[in-house]
Design a protein around this ligand. Structure first.
Ligand code: WT7
Length: 633
């Protein structure tokens, strides 16, 4: 939605809150439906049950592809920049992307895929990843993308949870000078996954891999078969607005990651609307989001949001620091990128290389910047603003979550006033509310509390796959009649929101969400570990680092070796992103008489703030605290 002024924003916002159904119906009218809805919204947050655009029929890929063909078929949909700048880049127009999606959708069907199937995608950042995602949506199969950094065990957990019957992967991926042996990791995962009947393997890195007869087929062979069948088109499956579109696993404060479920109609409307509104996207702009499609940012704002709006979206296979730390800026220069959307952790890491790698790059094409994933500190905000945006690009600091599907609190580029480190005001249709521990609303401005949302929005999660009760208890049971985000937040004197970070046991490491319980479970898998407790601590680049207190009485005589073994164990069980940054061996954990670990104390120690540990009188054994303080890393 194009917004012309701050007053216009206020007017639209007011209407969106006073008449939400009319508002969202108006937004939904800008999309293409096979059949329109009978009812815009039915909901209760008690069960919860949330239905948007009830009775409507659509296919999201018709909105992302087909509807652009007549007038913009030759417009670039995807620009792909390879890991190695010496390799050639690729460009796909909307027509080419449409054709490739149809082809691969037919290949999926040839391999037995049908509406409602769950398909796991474990791929590098190549156009075929976007094609695979869209091909699933084309035929009504539910995709479950697993980020390429997750371990075989994590993949197996996710495949089992959703009982996927097909896996789409590649031989290998390359990020910087590292190779990721994707297919071999899948082979390891599949030892535990009886539901998988077919693995489709894209040729990419040309690493030698095993191919199992009857189970594994090559992507290229399957495309060739479709070509000889001579029927390249694949009519889109008609989906109900509330049919599942995808599952994406995310960490919580307890247990295994949960499968967040998004549905076709609401997610389409919400991602398209928020992309267009927050970035005020103009038709000729080149848009570059540096995320991986394995995370929600990539789903919503590399694939679905931009494509439903007919945008040109840039996919980058590599990492910001290879072959040199100026890589992002090189890409901006090479493709004359207009909108650059990245994470604070990337900004902070690039800041540390100084301005030499920036100053010889032509960044004059940039007109809007974006930030996502964690609170952006003022220093990073100003560096981004001064050295990348040259003080002429609004920074859109988008606060949202895997569960929200799309941006919730965010500036409207060039329209709403900016404040460094503030996500700002809610987007139209979003009704935030702050509550205190007792669940009482915190009213007025210049206040803080726990951030909740009190009215549904079309992009919100509908359930957690296979376990609706978990969805209810995690998000809708803490406070009556509200969606609880898990974030702490302050609202300043002007009503602007600043996210202060998670208030639950979830860490945000380099913009990635990691559950402390998950890391503890992984550490505890190590054969000599008795128990452990994991907390976050402030980290200059990552935002938060992982600090583990580990009880390990029979460890190797060399502590360093045991530390490395524990780190390796975590990498095996979860993936490299969850590796502890610091491991402190302790003889016991500070526990209350009822056996609860006092994390508050551990957090203070990890933060290096041992002066005042607060009340320790309820501790079973106060002596352990002295030992832990003395051994702090
Ligand atoms: C958590 C959600 C949303 C896509 C990437 C992460 C934190 C996210 C911001 C922001 C401050 C932010 C929150 C949130 N977060 N964006 N702009 N400012 N904090 O998605 O993995 O689901 O994590 O990331 O703590 O709850 P996610």
């Amino acid at each position: 939605m194009k917004i012309s002024s701050f007053d216009h924003y206020k007017e639209v916002y007011k209407q969106s809150v006073e008449q939400p159904e009319e508002f969202w119906a108006g937004v939904a009218d800008t999309f293409q439906w096979r059949k329109k809805w009978d009812k815009v919204l039915e909901w209760n947050f008690k069960e919860p049950r949330i239905e948007w655009f009830k009775g409507a029929k659509l296919n999201i890929t018709e909105n992302c592809l087909d509807r652009h063909l007549e007038e913009h078929g030759d417009k670039t949909a995807i620009i792909w920049e390879p890991n190695d700048p010496k390799d050639s880049h690729r460009v796909l127009t909307y027509r080419q992307l449409h054709d490739k999606v149809c082809q691969f959708a037919n290949a999926l069907k040839n391999n037995g895929a049908k509406k409602g199937d769950r398909i796991c995608i474990y791929m590098p950042m190549v156009p075929e990843l976007a094609i695979a995602v869209l091909a699933c949506a084309r035929i009504g199969a539910i995709h479950s993308v697993v980020f390429g950094g997750f371990s075989a065990q994590s993949i197996a957990d996710r495949i089992q949870d959703a009982a996927c019957n097909i896996v789409i992967t590649a031989d290998g991926g390359v990020r910087g000078n590292k190779e990721v042996p994707l297919k071999s990791i899948i082979d390891d995962a599949l030892v535990q996954c009886k539901s998988v009947e077919r693995v489709i393997v894209l040729t990419h890195s040309r690493t030698p891999i095993s191919m199992i007869k009857g189970r594994d087929v090559w992507w290229e062979d399957e495309i060739r078969k479709v070509e000889t069948q001579g029927n390249p088109d694949c009519p889109a499956e008609e989906m109900d607005a509330e049919d599942m579109l995808f599952i994406l696993y995310t960490s919580g404060s307890t247990g295994k990651p949960k499968g967040v479920v998004h549905t076709c109609g609401g997610y389409m409307v919400y991602t398209g609307f928020t992309f267009d509104t927050a970035f005020q996207y103009q038709p000729e702009e080149v848009y570059f989001c540096t995320a991986d499609i394995g995370w929600i940012t990539g789903h919503s704002y590399i694939v679905y949001g931009p494509l439903s709006q007919g945008a040109t979206t840039l996919m980058f296979e590599g990492i910001p620091t290879w072959p040199a730390p100026g890589r992002f800026w090189e890409i901006v220069e090479k493709y004359k990128v207009n909108i650059f959307y990245t994470a604070p952790t990337a900004i902070r890491s690039l800041m540390s290389f100084g301005l030499d790698v920036v100053k010889d790059k032509d960044l004059s094409s940039l007109n809007k910047l974006g930030s996502v994933g964690e609170p952006i500190n003022e220093e990073a905000w100003h560096w981004f603003n001064d050295n990348i945006g040259h003080n002429k690009c609004p920074i859109v600091d988008t606060w949202w979550q895997t569960e929200t599907g799309g941006f919730m609190i965010s500036p409207v580029a060039g329209i709403t006033p900016l404040k460094p480190s503030f996500a700002g005001l809610p987007l139209p249709g979003v009704q935030p509310i702050l509550v205190d521990e007792k669940g009482e609303e915190v009213v007025g401005n210049d206040v803080s509390g726990n951030l909740c949302i009190k009215f549904p929005w079309p992009g919100m999660l509908r359930t957690t796959y296979g376990d609706h009760e978990r969805c209810r208890t995690t998000y809708f049971a803490t406070y009556d009649n509200m969606y609880f985000t898990g974030d702490g937040c302050l609202r300043d004197e002007d009503g602007y929101y600043r996210i202060t970070g998670r208030v639950d046991d979830v860490l945000n490491v380099s913009g990635h969400r990691i559950g402390t319980a998950e890391v503890e479970n992984a550490i505890n898998m190590h054969s000599s570990v008795v128990e452990s407790a994991v907390v976050g601590y402030p980290h200059d680049i990552k935002g938060q680092g992982v600090y583990a207190f580990v009880v390990c009485p029979n460890k190797h005589s060399d502590d360093e070796l045991t530390r490395k073994d524990i780190i390796m164990t975590v990498a095996r069980i979860i993936g490299a992103i969850a590796k502890p940054d610091k491991i402190q061996f302790v003889s016991g954990l500070p526990k209350t008489r009822s056996g609860k670990i006092m994390r508050r104390i551990l957090r203070k120690v990890a933060e290096g703030d041992t002066g005042n540990l607060g009340d320790t009188s309820t501790l079973l054994d106060p002596a352990v605290v002295e030992e832990i303080k003395a051994g702090a890393l």
